[in-house]
Ligand binder design. Structure first.
Ligand code: SF4
Length: 263
């Protein structure tokens, strides 16, 4: 095994800043093969990412965390994307149903501390159960979404999952997103047309008003105390001094030291 540090990935990311999402996705498949998966919450940017994976015929599975309290529209979007795009969608579930959790621990999501615990049990832990299955996870984070995502890296280490996190759409602007949606027949969660700019669990997501920030509808009942669920580690930490362990030949391929792979 060999160490792969965030500092090494930062250097690589700089070289990739001009790459398109298509190029980044092809790179991910070429480098990680069957050991890469995408993760989507079936929001707009995740749908665009799924469309790209399908259009490029990359045969990359998609992970979807069903917290048990998702909007019906989100579940239907997942099913349509799986069927119409021919993608393998692997749905992950928490250990407890929301009823079991509430009986045991009360209504967690109504307090700041409880929200962290609830998101960890219902979102982070189901993903952690896949640890070891993949060396890389592709997400659909975009800098244009602002907040902590305003600086999200193209490549990051995920210590808890021991994977590389790849954000091929980090540089995808709102204008590029609008153009892609206009040109391609992308399946979009219908809640986006009902004022929901971002979409999570039905307990903790509301529509937003036109003058509000995009993420104002997430955990609105908790004020400004909560903004992210923790399933994307770069939302929670700058990761500067972090590292993961991967096979030596894979680390060499990622860093371009034993391959003539060129985009
Ligand atoms: S978004 Fe709300 S209901 Fe969903 S896991 Fe987090 S705290 Fe729980």
């Amino acid at each position: 095994m060999a160490r792969l540090t965030q500092t090494q990935l930062n250097r690589l990311s700089k070289n990739f800043e001009e790459r398109t999402p298509d190029e980044m996705l092809r790179w991910a498949k070429d480098i990680f093969g069957d050991r890469v998966a995408a993760i989507s919450a079936m929001q707009k940017s995740g749908s665009v990412m799924c469309h790209m994976i399908s259009r490029l015929e990359l045969d990359i599975p998609v992970l979807f965390v069903d917290t048990g309290v998702m909007f019906q529209e989100t579940l239907e979007t997942r099913d349509r994307i799986s069927r119409d795009y021919g993608l393998t969608v692997r749905t992950l579930h928490p250990e407890l149903t929301m009823v079991e959790q509430t009986e045991k621990m009360g209504v967690l999501y109504m307090s700041v501390e409880g929200q962290e615990e609830c998101c960890h049990m219902r979102k982070v832990e189901p993903l952690l159960k896949t640890k070891g299955d993949y060396d890389a996870l592709i997400g659909s984070l975009r800098r244009a979404d602002g907040g902590r995502r305003g600086v999200c890296p193209l490549l990051a280490v995920d210590i808890e999952m021991n994977t590389v996190r790849i954000n091929p759409m980090a540089n995808f602007t709102d204008e590029q997103m609008a153009a892609y949606l206009a040109e391609q027949d992308v399946i979009i969660n219908p809640l986006h047309d009902q004022g929901y700019t971002t979409i999570g669990c039905n307990r903790c997501t509301t529509p937003v008003l036109p003058h509000e920030p995009k993420r104002a509808g997430r955990w609105r009942h908790l004020g400004t105390a909560a903004a992210y669920c923790g399933i994307n580690p770069t939302d929670m930490s700058d990761g500067e001094s972090e590292a993961i362990d991967l096979p030596q030949d894979l680390v060499d391929r990622i860093l371009g030291q034993k391959t003539d792979f060129m985009i």
